[in-house]
Design a protein around this ligand. Sequence first.
Ligand code: FAD
Length: 397
Amino acid sequence: MDFSLSEEQQAIQATFRRFADREIRPQARDLDENPRFPKELFLQAGGLGFFGMRYPPPEGTGADIVTYVLAVEEIARGSLAVAAACTMQSLMGTYFVHQFAEGELRERLFLPALRGEKIGAICMTEPNAGSDLGAISTRAVERDGRWLVTGQKTWVTSAPVADFFTVFARTDGASAGEFTSPERAGGAGGHSVPPRKDAKELSIFLVERGAAGLAVGRSIEKMGVRASLTSEVSFIETPATCLLGERGKGMEYLRRILAEIRVMTAALAIGVGRAAYQDALTYSKERRQFGRPIAEFQAVQAHLAEMAVDLEAARRLTHWAAWRSDQKMQNETEANMAKLFASEAALRVCDRAARVFASYGFANDFPIQRYLRDVRFTLIGGGTSEILRGNIAKGLK
Ligand SMILES: Cc1cc2nc3c(=O)[nH]c(=O)nc-3n(C[C@H](O)[C@H](O)[C@H](O)COP(=O)(O)OP(=O)(O)OC[C@H]3O[C@@H](n4cnc5c(N)ncnc54)[C@H](O)[C@@H]3O)c2cc1C
């Protein structure tokens, strides 16, 4: 087995490592304390080709998933909030537009989005449809040759600054109440993808900022990833620019990218975990108690060792899932395992880092408290741990 990275992969990793160290890390605290969309960093990420990594040339660079997760890990080490916004743009915010938008739409929206100049958002979650996307009640109806979207979305990353929205809506014409049974259980999502027949009636629409009846609410105040802005978005008979793909195939299309979203989220978790680990390692050598560096105490060494093992194991699982995807091998279970393990491991790592820092880990002057707040996002986005455990268990033989 060959675990080594190619020269090209190492070069891309080094590029994003520099970007994180020189550009992102110095701003991370300020972005957390004064949350705002990191527009300049976004443009820089676009300039480095980050948003086009997963799209084939000539529009993108066509990097494989292993290379992509190396870049994601580095950006997340700089700031999980910046990484959350950037990865949303590089996958879900642009994916369906890349797959299905044609002609001038690609010129007008997709290509500028790859440069970080236009911003794409994904609207799946609703107040009553989180893990259970089968409960989506936003509707789209066709009238005079146009699709009109009506409904309420929430937790939409980058919504306050987004130029275009990819919106999941029902096109079956049934009433919303029919689809909200509490016993509906998770399928593939985490967002979960319900195996029911009515799931066929979810379709995907492109809606542009400025469309009539579209309103972006105020940003939701969050405990972590605060510079990755999230808002409610409402639609009242809002004309969609177009239907993306075929009517009723929304869930099928979503399934095609779920494993990649999970592998990517695992890399986000490893990135923030690594930041916490490296800070703790450095601090343990500098902080002296009882006449010697605390790194010489076995109890502190045990924390550092467990952190290193957790991160290494998370990285192996994540690269394994990414590699399988690059080889076109089935990788759903591997992606679920990688995301579950990496996010839970990163939470443990950030917690151990706080113990090594003790009171200083509790102080806002040090980033440990931010890592602890931020890392919790990786347990939710891309599928909660509970949903993932359920999915993994279903696939056990
Ligand atoms: C920072 C952030 C950014 C986000 N960005 C976006 C975005 O850009 N676009 C978007 O559409 N959404 C976004 N989301 C929403 C995210 O995808 C949902 O929060 C996620 O799907 C979980 O839904 P929920 O929070 O409503 O939890 P719920 O689904 O209500 O879950 C509540 C609890 O019940 C458990 N649970 C639910 N169903 C099951 C089941 N079948 N089996 C076992 N346990 C279960 C969950 O694991 C959890 O513990 C974002 C969320 C966050 C926190």
